[in-house]
Ligand binder design. Sequence first.
Ligand code: ZN
Ligand code: ZN
Length: 517
Amino acid sequence: MAPGIDPWTPRLLTNNKVPPEMLSIASIMASPSVHAIEPSQLLHYLPTYRVLICLRCNYAIQPGAVARHLKEIHHLHHLSRRPFVDYASGFKLSQPSDVVLPDGTQFPVPLLPVQNGLACSFAGCAHLCVTAKRMKQHWMSVHHISSSDLGGFWDPVPLQTFFRGNALRYFTNPALLISSSSDKSGGLTNTTSTTPVSSDNRESSPYQTLITSDAGLLDHYRNYTYKTLSCGPETDDVFRIIVPQLAHQFPFLLHGILSCSSLHLASIDPQNRPYYTIRSIQHADQAAPAFRWATINVDSNNSQAVLAFAFFLVVYALGSESNDQPLFLSKDNSQEDAPSLEWIEILRNGCSMLCPVWTELTTSPLAPFTALWRDDLGVPTNPNDPLLITLLSIIPEYRSELTGYYIYRDSAVKLAQAFAFIERCGSPPTIWDVLNSWPMRVSPEYLALLKHNDPGALLLLAHYAILLQPLREEWFLKGRAMELIDEIAQRLKGNCSPQIWEVFSVMQREHFPSDPI
Ligand SMILES: [Zn+2]
Ligand SMILES: [Zn+2]
């Protein structure tokens, strides 16, 4: 270690490409409040059905099971659960067996995913399930027809369910099923006396109409998507009202909104996923040039639109299936400017560009957004933090190379702070907390190490993925953290010291078991 250099102080290295004052926007922001998720951001009541939907899990929680759900699925501590349980107790909830299913005009129920399923076509049966194997079992046990005699005695239908587990009960659009004589049902239970209509009509979307207009996409955003991005009452109105208003003046922002709305639809309407995915890419492509131009010409006029666009950029980068790169990693590390990190760099640079107008933004209608990117996490570095001790234990790797040593150490300290910050939030973190707590704060030198597959840099990123885990059910993040860990494992294997491999493997076993129960 060079004399006089305090390893605990983040170093500003000499080859910074971005001026240090622009490294993060944090120094300019000072919002002391810890924004945690409000109960209304996690739990959404559907009065028509008297069910409470968990917006992270996309299914309804059984009455009386809210506390257990929060504990077992979202790992909320006892005290943090209290406000959610209180909030839930304010709603009248139906027992799963009493929930009235949607009629033909109500299907699909918003917020619930739509699955490709099958409806039994035996007259009067209308049994629903999701696999041909299950349907064959159904025919054997109920209609006493063996699978060898079977040939398409079922029809494809879109399915939803309010509940999972023992209360799982599929339903479809009743308009896809037509009444038939109940006499034919013989000894069968008199559930629904219906049979599917001919398969000609089955090509239609499970959503009443495929949303083909920009106005329709904007409506979907204002009704549903905004809620999945917002993180509390303070940002609800900004996402839902102010941002769309701003988008009238700034077409790149409108395209950003429409791109995310399409991507959201692609995630909940599998039948039309290809269509919505393409729409999403088209809107993202239309937004990009004007947004780039705006970021290098930021002024009081366009600063709010630039700030707002950053949120849609992130969601698009995370959720786009066209992005086959693992999060934060590039496929081809030989390229100096590998594209996969582009979004995080655009975000970092975009925020830096806003520096001159930041104070103005903190008093603008978008002030709640500026609070999400605050600099000071307000958590001191604890040198006895077990995570930090573990991460620093591999530091002998860097003895020979001083620059790498400081970059690694600085990033590890910041990562430990990010963990402390997220833990202090108590409630499930938002994606904005998780991004602001670390990727926005590491040095450009760290990102450069990452691009070159530096084992220490990869080890830190793997630990960062733990913070993404509570968000794994968000529609724009499904499967991404696990995918990242698999990719890091591949890159580290055989290319790092035994110590690094050991620390990585322990972390992987604990947080990313390959066979989650
Ligand atoms: Zn949940
Ligand atoms: Zn049947």
